[in-house]
Design a protein around this ligand. Structure first.
Ligand SMILES: Cc1cc2nc3c(=O)[nH]c(=O)nc-3n(C[C@H](O)[C@H](O)[C@H](O)COP(=O)(O)OP(=O)(O)OC[C@H]3O[C@@H](n4cnc5c(N)ncnc54)[C@H](O)[C@@H]3O)c2cc1C
Length: 509
């Protein structure tokens, strides 16, 4: 399958995938543990389970590296913007400590895996900083520093911030890290795939989970599988029968630029707090050092023209890194919970032995490793003293009403769009553009390429029937409700959708 946008990581990491099982062999298989999704979460979980005596199956709906983990900015840190003051205030000191410990353990695990397996992934220990761009942010970082002290985090305050966009001050945490996420992921894939206890199948999509008391049946597009325990590491949980994740998560998008700069690269990884958010760090490798700049955040599917977001980011680059040359640019989205804490643990109270890890809110490097530790412990019934705060069935102490109602608004408007009339027929579609048209009384999503070929689909998301929007920047059909994405032929690029879009045949003349 053609992926509309590749990231710098795809260009710079040699996939060297050694083990890919034939999907035809999957039908009827029985596993002790089935992991759905081979991103950082799924593969790290498999890594931790590979020597446990369990027989493990791993399936992924796409080709390895085309989930969010292949598009991230890959700062590996327990400093998740401003989080600890929020957690102490809205959860408790104990739960804030659990969140911290989980991510510290996640960071340690990644470093250990790299070291023990001698993984060449351009890992570099780096200090992480949240910087303040104005007085409001200054107050927030000072408050966060107090939270660091309460939790025993060895943080510090500095007004010596080497980034060029006039930061007032920053708070830092030492000895965090960064890497090339795909060099790491591909290595993890090969280690897991070469293990006798694991079988990995790419391009196999899970469609449905049928729970039983002692085992679960997972229906996939390559046949039915049985497993005693199932881990849903599919980024957005795709099964709507339990857990109600479609009401409890939204997706937020950001844009990333990798650029060659004229200025000397600085050390450290930086991010500010409020919009416009800009995150920056350099990626150091033998070949070259590139600035990784990210920003332009917005709720998925809400931006009319996504090209504007790239333009805003390029303006920032040209203002503060004059003479910089863009090497690669891409966008991606992550799952967000309304209370800012991921869901890691039992998928639903009503189903045994079915687990989930999601909602990393753009801090998925340490969270994916922390998830692997928590899920490993659940599966092997080992005590874990930091999992409670992430329990998916928790009652949220402070649901963010603003974000929740904004989500409800997006979903309602995407439903209303389904019944609203659309102006224009086939002739109104311009070359290189996509739009929804009226064709013989039916709504059709049409993309026309530069050769005047038409690609026509039913523009209704196969997940929960929201009206799709055409994304001009990436030539994809995107769902504003839950973030599913499809290519111009209706193939799934990203879940939670599990079925492609219906193709529609039209007469062109
Ligand atoms: C712009 C941006 C920048 C970020 N930067 C950072 C950062 O600097 N530091 C940080 O800590 N975090 C960052 N994150 C977050 C982090 O990248 C993600 O949280 C993390 O990569 C998620 O990993 P995952 O394994 O859970 O998901 P994925 O990598 O998306 O893996 C899920 C896999 O499941 C598969 N799948 C989906 N549905 C199915 C199905 N039905 N059947 C089978 N397979 C399926 C997919 O194909 C995919 O391969 C960033 C996120 C964004 C959006």
């Amino acid at each position: 399958m053609e992926y509309p946008k590749r990231s710098y990581w795809h260009e710079s990491a040699d996939s060297k995938i050694e083990i890919t099982k034939d999907r035809e062999l999957l039908k009827g298989k029985k596993f002790d543990v089935l992991i759905i999704g081979a991103g950082l979460t799924g593969l790290t979980t498999a890594y931790l389970l590979k020597d446990s005596g369990c027989k493990i199956g791993i399936i992924d709906g796409t080709t390895i590296g085309y989930g969010v983990s292949g598009y991230t900015t890959a700062k590996i840190t327990v400093q998740h913007s401003i989080i600890y003051s929020y957690l102490i205030e809205n959860f408790s000191l104990k739960q804030a400590k659990q969140y911290l410990t989980a991510n510290e353990e996640g960071l340690k695990l990644i470093k250990k895996i790299i070291e023990e397996n001698n993984i060449q992934c351009d890992f570099k220990e780096q200090d992480a900083y949240v910087y303040a761009s104005d007085d409001t942010e200054l107050k927030q970082i000072k408050k966060e520093l107090i939270a660091y002290k309460k939790l025993g985090i060895d943080g510090f305050y500095t007004e010596d911030v080497p980034i060029p966009n006039n930061a007032l001050a920053a708070i830092g945490i030492k000895n965090q890290g960064q890497f090339n996420p795909l060099k790491y992921l591909y290595s993890l894939y090969n280690i897991v795939g070469n293990s006798e206890s694991c079988e990995i199948y790419e391009n196999v999509r899970a469609l449905n989970i049928v729970p039983h008391s002692n085992y679960h049946i997972v229906e996939t597009d390559a046949g039915v599988i049985q497993a005693d325990k199932v881990v849903v590491a599919s980024h957005y949980p795709f099964d709507n029968s339990f857990g109600l994740y479609f009401l409890r998560l939204y997706q937020d998008k950001s844009y990333v630029i990798a650029a060659r700069t004229k200025d000397k690269p600085f050390d450290g990884m930086y991010i500010n707090i409020d919009d416009p958010i800009h995150s920056m760090r350099y990626q150091f490798s033998e070949k070259e050092n590139l600035l990784i700049l990210s920003g332009g955040n917005h709720r998925s599917g809400e931006k009319e023209n996504e090209e504007d977001s790239y333009e805003e980011l390029e303006n920032f680059l040209n203002t503060y890194f004059q003479g910089a040359e863009v090497v690669s640019k891409w966008s991606t989205q992550d799952c967000m919970t309304y209370d800012k804490v991921p869901y890691i643990g039992l998928y639903s109270k009503s189903v045994n032995n079915l687990y989930v890890a999601t909602g990393f809110k753009k801090w998925g490097m340490t969270h994916s490793a922390a998830s692997a530790l928590i899920l490993r412990d659940k599966i092997l019934t080992i005590d874990n003293d930091f999992s409670e705060v992430f329990k998916p069935s928790r009652i949220t102490p402070d649901p963010s009403a603003k974000e929740f109602f904004s989500s409800v608004g997006s979903i309602a408007s995407a439903f209303l769009k389904r019944i609203a009339p659309v102006p224009g027929g086939l002739s109104s579609v311009k070359a290189g553009k996509g739009k929804i048209i009226n064709y013989n009384g039916q709504k059709v999503g049409v993309y026309k390429n530069e050769n005047d070929d038409y690609f026509c689909i039913n523009p209704v998301c196969s997940h929960l029937k929201c009206s799709l929007s055409f994304n001009e920047a990436e030539k994809t059909w995107d769902c504003p409700c839950h973030g599913s994405r499809f290519d111009i032929n209706g193939n799934i690029l990203e879940g939670p959708a599990v079925n492609p879009l219906d193709k529609i045949h039209i007469k062109q003349h």
